[in-house]
Ligand binder design. Sequence first.
Ligand code: NAP
Length: 306
Amino acid sequence: MAEIRDVVIIGGGPAGMSAAVYASRSELDTVIIEAGAPGGKLLKTSDIENFISEKMVNGFELANKMYEHALSFGAEHMYGNVVKLEDLGEYKRVTLEDGGSVEARAVVIATGTKEQLLNIPGEEQYSGRGISYCAVCDGAFFKDKEIAVIGGGNSALEEALFLTKFASRVHVIIRRDVFRAEPLVVKRVEENPKITIHPLRKPKEILGDGRKVTGIVLADSQTGEEETLAVEGIFPFVGALPISDFASDLGITDEKGYILVNEKMETKVPGIYGAGDVCAKTLRQIVTAVSDGAIAGQQCYHYLNH
Ligand code: NAP
């Protein structure tokens, strides 16, 4: 049988990296398994100004600092895409896409969320050809061009503000006439001369010339009347879906797939914890993710020692 680790942390975003600090600092043999670059959604975030102690920090920079810290007490970082998590009682088996597996006595699920798609005609065809889900990665391609941002949550509005650095005009499309984002961000968007807000508009279809995006068809949310907005770039930020398919057999998720945890970040399976955005919770922030990770990492220690 393969070597059994103390703790496997699935996901290397803020929650997972914080769990790694707490677990490895308790001298647990800890490994973080991450399918992409460490940092999670931080890597797609430009400016962060609500992580206490950092008045303004770039997401990439914060991710690097967290990563260095996470490994500084001996935790290991392993690349891998987890496809299955099994509870075998005293230990858990984590199976990777490449067929490999890792066994551990405790597991922290900190996989976060992935973007919700619009699921409208043209989206699949023009993804990467004018449609982008990452403003930090692709914003610069739209210098002096008109673009649309879809959604009225924190992600959409913060990225719309960031995109004004490049685009000549940013059209913000919201399907209701109210935003979900926090008031301070809404105010900045409303006051930005490069942003035009289109309330009560639902995206219906993305148009293109076969090679790249040329516009978007919007329908009036009340009358259904359609109009076409000519844009060269489209950034949908219409919410998030939990990354938890690999744990679907364990009965630890709600109907949307979010991991159900108690205040100790315990799931109903002993030795399996949840942390960060992947959990059912009210506030999804970097600071709440690192708090969850700290609790989960500490609880692994108590679980393995009692
Ligand atoms: P969100 O808060 O769920 O907002 C999603 C937005 O997309 C809403 O305006 C929603 O409209 C709209 N929408 C959903 N489906 C749509 C569709 N099919 N067509 C058009 N519009 C659609 O999602 P999010 O902004 O990604 O944020 C996710 C979580 O992360 C939230 O808890 C958020 O607070 C947090 N977050 C925080 C920060 C920060 O604090 N700095 C930054 C980013 C994210 P309706 O309102 O009509 O449903």
